[in-house]
Design a protein around this ligand. Structure first.
Ligand SMILES: CC(C)(COP(=O)(O)OP(=O)(O)OC[C@H]1O[C@@H](n2cnc3c(N)ncnc32)[C@H](O)[C@@H]1OP(=O)(O)O)[C@@H](O)C(=O)NCCC(=O)NCCS
Length: 417
């Protein structure tokens, strides 16, 4: 099924928007890949050595080599883009960039503070060339402050923002680091969101501007609700989940007979207490004063968790799921799944959250789809990640009016591949 416009002609809410994508690794590239999913014409600008992300060979237990010179990491972060290789350390290369900027709506980059300015691709310079340009910029720790210039990768964002501690049980010896570059991913989402807001401002207020985000700010915002509530509480720490002694035992994790876990999420536990205890066959505790409403239940959480643990352990997760579904009450819970199960999840299938893409080199593949569904302008996956410099000539000749002699000269000057 190639729904949502996959492999077909480009649609999407950003159709007609041109994005210059001077980004590396995951943080920057994913933000512009999202714009590509939304139909923008994204041109990835790489140094003649290419984005270092092309060289990632392993992620956890997964190898990145897909054969035919294709790399899973690079394909994921750079779908829906064309590619141009440009040496911005040559005057000729910079002039090509400036011509591209004249016709662009958006420019994004995620190099260390100062790199863009050093090369002549900073905001002030590009804004002068195209005052309506939206310039998206990302780094590790924000544009100001003593560490603004420091390099940063995913784990740095998770560590410094408090995210690791938020994901760590109170008695764990080490903090937990969530896999898969989630700190880069939320950074990318925020960068994309910032660019989109600036595009709206350009449309409504007639101005171009610079939008800056960072690992630190994006990951703080990911925890923004808890962080602000902590601050409103005089800056107290927001304690991470304690499964054995939760504030609300009906919003807790329980293990079933087959080892699978169920996450209960009843934020109005008193509304669900009676039907819940009935479906579990624990009627004798319904009126027990230790558990009769939220406050004593929090006081006696360890006891009720032990009772619930013992009960959940008598049946497999699917059996509990069936019991909940047929009970007549809309219990609020979810089975804990691993990402390998999602491909078979009927909700994922029904909503095309994992979609198929006919990759011209490696054949039919499945990919995580763009997360939003647009009723009139479907997003999609139309294009595989570019090879290094794949579209340099096409873009220079067809879109910037260079001729073959110019191409030869640029090559001799070491400005293009
Ligand atoms: C990712 C990161 C750690 C990489 O650090 P790095 O490899 O030392 O790279 P830098 O950003 O410092 O600089 C890149 C270099 O490539 C050069 N470069 C990049 N594109 C170029 C091009 N098209 N032509 C010529 N040179 C180019 C830059 O000029 C710079 O070299 P210089 O220092 O000699 O000027 C760093 O860029 C960073 O912290 N970025 C912000 C946070 C981030 O996005 N991290 C990645 C998360 S996935």
């Amino acid at each position: 099924m190639f729904s949502n416009g996959a492999n077909g002609s480009t649609t999407g809410p950003l159709k007609g928007v041109r994005v210059l994508d001077w980004t590396i690794w995951q943080f920057g590239p994913v933000s512009s890949a999202m714009m590509g999913d939304m139909g923008a014409d994204v041109i990835k600008i790489e140094s003649l050595d290419g984005d270092s992300g092309r060289g990632l060979w392993r992620a956890s237990n997964l190898t990145m080599d897909l054969g035919e010179g294709r790399n899973a990491y690079f394909e994921t972060c750079n779908r829906n883009k064309r590619g141009i290789a440009l040496n911005l350390k040559t005057e000729e290369g910079l002039q090509v960039l400036y011509k591209l900027v004249e016709g662009a709506d958006v420019f994004v980059q995620n190099f260390r503070k100062g790199v863009a300015e050093r090369l002549g691709a900073g905001y002030e310079t590009l804004h002068e060339i195209n005052p309506m340009l939206v310039y998206g910029s990302a780094n590790g720790y924000g544009p100001d402050g003593p560490d603004a210039h420091l390099p940063s990768f995913d784990g740095c964002g998770q560590a410094r923002s408090g995210l690791m501690m938020s994901a760590t049980a109170p008695d764990a010896e080490y903090p937990t680091r969530v896999t898969q570059g989630v700190s880069d991913q939320i950074g990318a989402i925020m960068l994309c969101q910032g660019v989109l807001a600036a595009l709206v401002a350009r449309h409504v207020q007639g101005i171009g501007q610079k939008v800056e985000t960072s690992h630190l700010s994006a990951n703080m915002w990911l925890q923004g609700m808890g962080m602000t509530m902590s601050l409103l509480n005089g800056g107290r720490d927001f304690r991470s989940y304690d499964r054995e002694a939760p504030t609300n035992p009906l919003a807790n994790l329980y293990k079933c007979k087959d080892g699978r876990c169920i996450q209960l999420m009843h934020l109005q536990p008193d509304r669900f207490w009676e039907p819940f205890m009935k479906v579990l066959g624990l009627d004798e505790y319904i009126d027990d004063p230790r558990f009769s409403d939220m406050a004593p239940r929090a006081e006696n959480a360890r006891e009720i968790v032990k009772i619930l643990d013992a009960r959940f352990a008598t049946r497999n997760a699917d059996e509990w799921d069936s019991a909940f579904r047929s009970s007549g009450t809309d219990f609020i819970y979810a089975m804990v799944q691993s990402i390998k199960e999602l491909e078979h999840d009927p909700q994922v299938i029904a909503n095309d959250y994992i979609t198929e893409f006919d990759h011209p080199v490696i054949g039919k593949v499945k990919m995580c789809n763009h997360p939003n569904i647009y009723s009139e302008t479907p997003s999609g996956i139309w294009r595989e990640a570019p090879e290094l410099g794949q579209h340099t000539e096409e873009i220079l000749i067809d879109e910037l009016n260079y001729n073959w002699d110019d191409i030869q000269e640029l090559r001799e000057a070491g400005a293009i591949l």
